[in-house]
Design a protein around this ligand. Structure first.
Ligand code: CDT
Length: 315
């Protein structure tokens, strides 16, 4: 019998952040959510993608304007320092998504994992950027991630950190990455036990006529399938509800390595869900049906790295 390794794991879903909301108001909300998570036994809390601002890629504007209004030049910075201070005081680790502007002027959709001592244990820059870079004046809103962000340059790394005295392997990604099986498999091959992620998923798809209910259903099925197929926990935090009239899905969840949803938000507002996650649960799968070393056949998977789009059958 594998020894249990329990992590108090929380997801802090956020309701809307409007254009008029200031960073300091948002940081106050994040601190409130962290305190609630701590009170419910959490040691680590997952916040959404671009958690500090509204989902600004929906608005047409210049890169310069976007960077001035919505990007962080440092993290922690003057407005986000109180969140880092509170986390250290409470001994809480966290994951936070934000828009990063580097000293060289490069722009990324980024997330960090912060250890309970306040140090940055890992950084990730979003790789699968959805949407477009051109102006679509006939669309009800834009999805300009390809305009405002560069493709991430840090790969899908797994970070070792200690939470509550327990060393663990944590991977991370951002929003659209969660729909791609490669994201999780690359991290599972580095012994990830838990993948954390934030998202902003508009309820309406401007690219094709997708029924609204599928937005939640494809979100959940992606998380559940990949948790099971990799024997990992997945914790996903959404920013949701109506941001200045633009609705985004909720349904933030914590998924066990069985593929089952063990906690799910009920509202489209700021809401904490929390579980005691036994990280050893994935061992059952990783030692048997998904024993990678024993059963994987990478010599038959070469097309996955050699081809980007679909092509002709092999001769
Ligand atoms: N933020 C983000 O990546 N959102 C995307 C929207 C895709 S629209 C086709 C998502 O995958 O949820």
């Amino acid at each position: 019998m594998t020894k249990q390794r329990k992590l108090g794991l929380a997801v802090a879903q956020m309701g809307p952040v409007h254009l008029a909301d200031t960073r300091s108001t948002v940081v106050k909300r994040l601190i409130e959510l962290m305190r609630e998570a701590k009170g419910r036994g959490a040691q680590f809390v997952v916040y959404p993608e671009l958690a500090l601002t509204t989902f600004f890629p929906r608005y047409w504007m210049s890169e310069h304007e976007a960077q001035e209004r919505f990007f962080e030049r440092s993290l922690p910075g003057p407005e986000t320092q109180p969140l880092f201070d509170e986390a250290r005081k409470l001994g809480m680790g966290f994951y936070l998504g934000y828009a990063e502007l580097t000293p060289e002027g490069r722009a990324f959709n980024t997330a960090v994992i912060v250890a309970p001592d306040g140090s940055i244990a890992g950084k990730y820059r979003k790789i699968h950027l959805p949407g477009h870079s051109d102006h679509k004046p006939d669309a009800p809103f834009q999805h300009l991630e390809k305009k405002f962000f560069e493709v991430g340059d840090m790969g899908f790394r797994v970070h070792e950190l200690t939470v509550g005295g327990m060393p663990l392997h944590m991977g991370m990604c951002l929003c659209n990455d969660r729909r791609w099986p490669e994201t999780y498999r690359v991290m599972a091959l580095q012994s990830a036990e838990l993948v954390v992620l934030g998202y902003n998923t508009p309820s309406h798809n401007i690219h094709w006529n997708e029924p609204v209910h599928l937005r939640t259903s494809t979100h959940l099925i992606s998380l559940q399938a990949n948790a099971y197929q990799n024997g990992i926990w997945v914790a996903a935090a959404g920013k949701c509800g109506s941001e200045d009239g633009h609705h985004m899905i909720g349904s933030s969840v914590i998924v066990a390595p069985t593929g089952e949803i063990v906690a799910r938000t009920l509202t489209e507002e700021d809401e904490v869900i929390c579980v005691s996650a036994d990280l050893s649960l994935g061992e059952m799968f990783r030692q048997h049906v998904f024993n990678f070393a024993k059963h994987r056949r990478p010599e038959h998977y070469r097309l996955i790295v050699e081809r980007v789009g679909a092509g002709d059958p092999l001769p």
